[in-house]
Design a protein. Structure first.
Length: 456
């Protein structure tokens, strides 16, 4: 095993240079003009996987291709089989004027590399490839079979990956899936993320008059949709931060003492969170810490409000329409379809009769949960500890990665979320970066992980 770790140490300069090559592809899945860049990035990835000793291929989809790479395996191999998931597509880089250097020209400053996709997700999935390379190039046998699935549509919803999993279920069935697409609180707090929140999205439109009306001629006798929407939304949360929709919390399980003890170990303080967010004062559901509020409790969030005239100066109207975009973050055991129904039923019940409500449903996904005390989770924590030299933490994250539920439903495998990102990496923002220390330690963690998991 030491031979593998020594190889990684000795080849870091080359690994960083190859990561830079990977980052130069403008693989922006949300923008049609980058279709060729995505294809070129997938082809580069396949060639790189073959170069390090993996069997690799491009798998076409109705959208951007999926790269599948495997360790060579015996026909009747009885080794455990694990899958590593990642994505080579990235977020749009705009606004470009806020970048200190071009987003697809990697820039290294100290021990950080700056480029779009550096932390989300190219740097993180590339760390796993380098770990496997170390085994293959040194001739040290892997204790397991491995399959990489690296897609090009994560940033636009992974629509074709679910179809791909079902079509290739037999080939991809595995004992666990490993994903490094989350984060850790600090370099001294490597983390296993054992739960992600789910989500439902929808848009509410309130229709009033058939057209914008002169507020002097009609204001006072016609209900203003913007006011009606504001009053409706104001009824959905009380002064203690609790959602007032009947049944909203019915299926929410209480946090265990173990979980709350783990949350208390996290390094960020309330004052630091307040400073980080730039708010005058933190606000959240009473009875829970800010960490618990933003990772382990359900929410009802207004993402946008639109109505009436918003140009320069004044336009005295009663607007015809008011609309709002909503997302609810859900926690384990909350069913998205059920929550959507009770939310919509309650909105219709309290809507003013003087306006017409229209609700347009958006995407939805279940929360994800894997026991942090399971044998596989504990194996992952041991690998983290050895690689980073610090006692790891177990955390929940407030965001969503919907595809991990498909891994469970289609492949029957739990997902171990072992993120290498840091809070200041600016994922999805200008000047995205990735810690080269985490890149190196992530390779060590991956190399150690296959030993630990294979013993379970």
């Amino acid at each position: 095993m030491q031979v593998v770790l020594d190889y990684l140490k000795q080849n870091q300069t080359r690994a960083v240079a190859e990561l830079c090559d990977y980052l130069r592809f403008a693989s922006v899945s949300a923008q049609p003009q980058h279709k060729r860049d995505l294809r070129a990035c997938a082809e580069w990835l396949v060639q790189h996987c073959r170069k390090i000793g993996l069997d690799a291929k491009i798998c076409p989809t109705a959208g951007h291709p999926i790269v599948v790479a495997k360790t060579k395996r015996a026909k009747n191999s009885r080794k455990p089989h694990f899958m590593i998931y990642g994505h080579y597509d990235v977020q749009p880089p705009e606004p470009l004027d806020l970048w200190k250097s071009p987003p697809f020209e990697p820039r290294i400053v100290g021990r950080s590399i700056y480029a779009r996709g550096s932390t989300d997700n190219k740097g993180q999935n590339f760390a796993h490839l380098k770990a496997v390379e170390a085994y293959l190039k040194t001739g040290i046998p892997l204790p397991c079979d491995l399959t990489f699935v690296i897609e090009g549509e994560e940033e636009v919803g992974s629509e074709n990956l679910s179809v791909f999993l079902k079509k290739n279920r037999r080939e991809l069935e595995c004992d666990a899936v490993v994903v490094s697409d989350t984060g850790m609180p600090s370099p001294e707090h490597p983390a296993l993320t054992y739960s992600l929140r789910g989500i439902i999205a929808f848009e509410i439109k309130l229709h009033g008059p058939s057209r914008d009306l002169h507020s002097g001629g009609f204001g006072g006798s016609v209900n203003n949709p913007a006011m009606a929407l504001s009053q409706l939304l104001g009824k959905l949360r009380d002064k203690n931060g609790r959602i007032t929709i009947p049944g909203f919390y019915d299926d929410v399980k209480p946090l265990t003492a173990y979980e709350r003890k783990q949350f208390a170990r996290l390094p960020i303080t309330d004052n630091e969170l307040q400073k980080l967010t730039g708010v005058k004062k933190l606000f959240g559901e009473h009875g829970f810490t800010p960490t618990e509020q933003r990772t382990a409790r359900p929410t009802f969030e207004i993402n946008g409000l639109t109505s009436g005239y918003q140009g320069t100066g004044t336009k005295t109207i009663v607007p015809a329409v008011a609309s709002t975009k909503i997302t609810c973050r859900l926690v384990p055991n909350q069913n998205p379809a059920r929550i959507r129904k009770i939310v919509c039923d309650y909105l219709k019940k309290i809507c003013a009769p003087s306006v017409r409500m229209e609700i347009e449903a958006g995407h939805g996904a279940e929360a994800y949960f894997v026991s942090p005390t399971s044998a596989q989770a504990q194996a992952a924590l041991r690998a983290l500890h050895k690689a980073f030299g610090h006692e790891p933490v177990v955390i929940r994250e407030g965001g969503s990665i919907p595809i991990v539920n498909d891994f469970k439903k289609v492949l029957g495998a739990d997902t171990l979320l072992l993120g290498l990102g840091l809070p200041g990496d600016n994922a999805h923002s200008p000047n995205e970066s990735f810690s080269l220390d985490n890149f190196e330690n992530g390779q060590r963690m991956s190399a150690l992980l296959w030993q630990e998991l294979s013993r379970v």
